[in-house]
Ligand binder design. Structure first.
Ligand code: ADP
Ligand code: MG
Length: 611
């Protein structure tokens, strides 16, 4: 067979979104996996060392290359996939720009061994910093094996830009998933540092999703299908009840290519509206297949952005396909019932009565007279008086700052009662089960209860991790949880800190753990959901922010557990929350910078009433 790679004429090359940049190991992994798919491989093995910094190797059993093509493949704009500008609108392959290998070879040491089925001998090409160092015949299996060593060896600046190994590794796993989720008929293995992480057999799409995300996904997904002549939408979406518990996974693929598309994402979100809480994001795996002439994938070098000729139609089709699937699976009918049940609040002690927040407490009512079941009435943290923080809020000294008469910051009960009456502390009420309003001399303070809770938990957790201060635990009937291999690896890494925070976690099998204790006060009983939410958040922080491990863990746990939004609170719970909030170092913002409270000054209220 003849050689197939050609240099694109300048006129075509210039029409291609320029500047393929290998920013991180994961970009190289993506390009190599895509090349293996384009070569028609039925089996692809990915091998990584040190999160790709030392080695990235992709071995495929696809078509292979001739001796000349093997050398040509490292030239810029050398491709076998398109010939002329018109081909840009008929692309069925993942690659088309002829730049990836050239870009990788410019910043690494690359060894490629390749052989076509019909050739007796294969060829080995060694390239370093764009220079072909060596090319010899070799015997090797049919297909191609590319080793990329010492990425950025000649660009130290880019190397130093890389994030932690865990973060870079997570990017690689993401790229691997994005390919493996589409090409379910291809067999994959994935090794990191000699450890086998994934072994994926040829299977159907649902089985592939389950083998990547864990067996829990089996019952979480329902199929979506809408096939017409112009476009076919297939895939799976998550049942709404699971979106309540985790952030979920979101994937769009167009003609076999993973893409990001905020507009289409919105169409799915809108289909779920009222079925899941506002902050939850549903899981979806949507595969769109359409005539390549109706899309433009040539708008961004990474090829993850796509313009549709008619995105409004696709928006509507996807939305209706998702609604239909939710409806067919009887999920729409149960909305009202489900939402009601979700909002239902069970008081901590079943024998306690819920006070109507609009009831004005009798003047002799003292919330602290009623002991909370299972808690002593003195010395408990919820009786801790605000020590710092209030001052900064009421800088005009309007509000009487409680000063702790005792060195440990705790009041005894009588002193506390006296103080609290003077400051009218029980004068708080809850609004929409989400906000706490309290009167202060200069006006009203309006607090977002969930955010306040998140701030408080964050500071507590961070302190505990830093001090390695073991905390009280509540025993749990031991339960088993299991995760995908990469999540299990992550959990392994943070297990010690989680145990300091009061979890009692033990490894049971490769991807399985036993939970037999949680920090006291945790109300969530579904440990699988709780830990998934925690890991999701932790991963998100790893990728988006460069946080140290303790801060990340404290933030992730605080955000996973701060579920006080939508919950009715007792007066004393509110007072306690306010106290704790204003004992925080930074009471006014959540760990990720959202506003926790605001003050509505008296003059603004007067203005509203035209006084
Ligand atoms: P593109 O994929 O955009 O064409 P690349 O730089 O990624 O550009 O690859 C250049 C060419 O090298 C491809 O067009 C293809 O012909 C050949 N090639 C790359 N990787 C493989 C592989 N794993 N198997 C067979 N051919 C390959
Ligand atoms: Mg390519």
């Amino acid at each position: 067979m003849a050689d197939i790679i050609q240099l694109l004429p300048d006129s075509v090359a210039n029409q291609i979104a320029a500047g393929e940049v290998i920013l991180r190991p994961a970009s190289a992994v993506k390009e190599l996996l895509e090349n293996a798919i384009d070569a028609g491989a039925a089996e692809i093995n990915l091998i990584i060392k040190d999160a790709g910094k030392t080695l990235i190797q992709v071995v495929d059993n696809g078509g292979g290359m001739s001796e000349r093509d093997a050398r040509m493949s490292f030239e810029r704009h050398a491709t076998s996939k398109i010939r002329q500008a018109n081909d840009l609108f008929a692309i069925r392959t993942l690659g088309f720009r002829g730049e990836a290998l050239a870009s990788i070879a410019a910043i690494a040491q690359v060894d490629m061994k390749t052989r076509r089925q019909e050739d007796e001998l294969g060829t080995l090409v060694e390239v370093e910093g764009s220079q072909v160092k060596n090319q010899v015949n070799c015997s090797c299996p049919a297909g191609t094996s590319i080793q990329v060593k010492n990425l950025f060896f000649n660009v130290p600046a880019r190397r130093s830009f890389l994030k932690t190994e865990t973060a870079e590794f997570k990017h690689i796993v993401d790229e691997f998933f994005r390919v493996a989720l589409v090409y379910n008929e291809v067999r994959f293995t994935f090794h990191q540092n000699h450890k086998l992480l994934y072994q994926l057999l040829p299977s159907n799409r649902k089985q592939r999703i389950v083998s990547l995300f864990g067996s829990g996904y089996n019952e979480r997904l329902v199929p979506v299908e809408q096939i017409s002549e112009a476009i076919s939408i297939t895939g799976f979406i998550g049942k709404p009840e699971f979106a309540r518990k985790t952030r979920g996974e979101q994937f769009f693929f167009v003609n076999g290519r993973y893409i990001r598309h905020p507009y289409l994402h919105h169409s799915i979100e809108s289909a779920y509206r009222e079925l899941i809480p506002v902050e939850a994001v549903p899981s979806y795996f949507i595969y769109i297949d359409t005539d390549p002439g109706t899309i433009d994938i040539n708008i961004h070098p990474t090829k993850t952005e796509v313009n549709f000729l008619d995105s409004k139609v696709i928006y509507a089709v996807i939305r209706s396909a998702v609604r239909q699937s939710l409806g067919m699976n009887n999920m729409l009918d149960s909305i009202d019932f489900d939402v009601e049940r979700h909002l239902d609040f069970t008081p901590p002690g079943a024998d306690r009565q819920i006070r109507n927040p609009f009831d004005i407490p009798p003047s002799d009512f003292n919330p602290f007279d009623q002991p909370i079941p299972g808690k002593k009435s003195t010395g408990e943290p919820w009786l801790k008086a605000p020590v710092k923080g209030w001052e900064s809020l009421y800088n005009n000294n309007d509000f009487k700052v409680l000063q702790s008469p005792q060195s440990d910051g705790l009041f005894n009960e009588t002193e506390f009662q006296q103080e609290s009456q003077e400051t009218d502390r029980e004068n708080v009420f809850q609004f929409q089960n989400r906000y706490i309003i309290s009167s202060i001399r200069s006006g009203l303070v309006l607090i977002d209860q969930q955010r306040a809770h998140e701030r408080i938990l964050f500071e507590q957790y961070l302190e505990r991790i830093r001090q390695r201060q073991q905390v009280s635990q509540q025993e749990l009937f031991p339960c088993q949880v299991s995760f995908s291999p990469s999540d299990a690896g992550l959990l392994d890494e943070i297990m010690e800190d989680l145990n300091v925070l009061g979890f009692h976690l033990n490894k049971l099998g490769k991807n399985t753990f036993v939970v037999s204790g949680t920090p006291s006060g945790i109300q969530e009983s579904d440990m699988q959901a709780l830990l998934e939410k925690l890991l999701d958040q932790y991963k998100k922080n790893l990728i988006e922010l460069d946080l140290d491990k303790s801060t990340n863990l404290a933030r992730s746990l605080a955000s996973s557990l701060s579920a006080k939004s939508g919950r009715r609170l007792f007066t004393q719970e509110m007072v306690h929350l306010i106290d704790e909030l204003f004992s925080c170092k930074v009471p006014d913002l959540t760990p990720d910078g959202r506003k926790v409270f605001t003050i509505i000054p008296v003059d603004q209220i007067q203005h509203l009433l035209n006084r």
